[in-house]
Every structure is written in C-alpha cells, then in structure tokens.
Design a protein around this ligand. Sequence first.
Ligand code: GLP
Length: 263
Amino acid sequence: MLVVLKRDYREVGFEAARMIAATVRKKPAAVLGLATGNTMMGMYEELARLHREEHLDFSRVRTFNLDEYLGLASSHPRSFHSFMQGHFFTRVNVAPANIHIPDGMLSGGYEQYCDSYETAISAAGGIDLQILGIGRNGHIGFNEPTSSLASRTRVKVLSAGTMEDNRRSFGAGEKVPECALTMGIGTILEAKRIVLLAAGASKAHPIAKAIEGPVTASLTASALQLHPDVTFILDEAAAVELAQKEYYRRVLEMTAVLTPARL
Ligand code: GLP
C-alpha cells in the first residue's frame, strides 16, 4: 500500500489524473474503473485539459463506472450518468460504445443484469486501474457497512447516513434514491491497480480506519488492505488522523528510488 500525501484538493486531482494518464499512455486500450462524487471533479478537469492541450487519447479506452442510483433515468441531472457526461465524457474522446455505467432504470432482472455487468468487465480483460472515492461511513462504491467483502455487482440498500449525504445534491422536496447498483468489494479487489482519492476533514476518520484499522465489513474501504497494489492520495485534511504519516513519506521516497514504475 502506498499513501501519497498532498497539500490540497487540487493536488489530489492532479496526482490522480497523472496516474490515469500514465496508464493510458502505456496501454492505449486500458480498462478504467471510474467513480463519481465531488472528490473526482478536479481529476476529470485535469484529464480534460490533458486531452485538450497534450492530446491524451482516450479513443481506445474502455470504462466501467462503479455505481448508479436505482430509479434515476440516465438523463436525470443527479444520475451518475449525467455526472460522467458533464465532467468527463463530453470533454474527452472516449468512444460511446466503450462506456459502461450500471442502468439505474432497471426494474427487475437485477441479478441477471448485474451478472452481465461482471461478464462485460471480464470480457474487456478486467479493470487495469480502478479509481475510488470514500464515503463518510467508509464505503467504496455503494458498499455500505456490513457488505460482504466477497460481494459482486448487485443492488444495495443505502444507509440513512449515505442518503442524508446524497440529499445535498438533490433539490428540496426531491426524492433521494434508497437503493443503488454497485460493483461489489470482490469486484473492486479484482482490479489490477486501485487508487483511492480523499480530500477534506469529513474523510479523516474513515481514511484512518481504512488504512490503519482492522479489515472489517463494518468499514468496507478497509478491504483494500487485502489488495497488492493500492495507492491512497490524500490531502492534508483527510490525512490528519493517520498515525504513521512520517513512515508513508519515507516509503514514497524509497519507492521513487527502488520501484519508480509503481508511482
Ligand atoms: C458516493 C459514491 C462513492 C463516493 C462517495 C463520496 O457515495 N457512491 O463512490 O466515493 O459518494 O463522494 P464525495 O466525493 O462527493 O465525497
């Protein structure tokens, strides 16, 4: 596990974009696992700039999003489809046929649909680089506390706290979705490489638990400790509760010398 400590939200986005760009330059048909949320906006902004100004080419890239609200049409302004279109897909050259986001308008046949999402990931050769954010309760994707650490893509009922967090992006009186379709922890752990971004004081507690606490389904990001190639990119506020910051700095310095390809 690598922990990269950055000053602020902006630097977190730059660093994540740099890692994605390096992956795509090395493997133009890379399979990217993508995430939504405020934390991701700076990263997508920088990727759009790299495409515009430095010709970073996404034409052969395949993408799989982590999750989507159940009950929202892709055209709904709060759907993750809309988020991805607005912040990323309309600003770069990913081929529409290469974009995969769970269908929030599904009504029945959930298991079959979720199995087909898993099959599509496998058929693409698996995810090369999975990008993650983290919820205040330590969830990744929408894998709420007590999700099986072996879970696959499925329908998940959202916790009251997560619905409360989500309510902020919905209008007053608008119904906040109670369920989502999400990749499982087992799905996420099969990615070849995982990068989790976190910024802001509200993430300090789940980040400390995810990195330095026990592996537990009560905080699903802690399952990342089981993966051989995970990088956490954190700003100062999100890193404030970590006990071993100095060690992470030294590890990073030595990694740059010994195995620079990991960065
Ligand atoms: C939702 C998403 C997560 C995301 C989290 C944090 O719960 N399902 O994938 O990591 O929000 O969002 P934000 O970056 O806005 O704090």
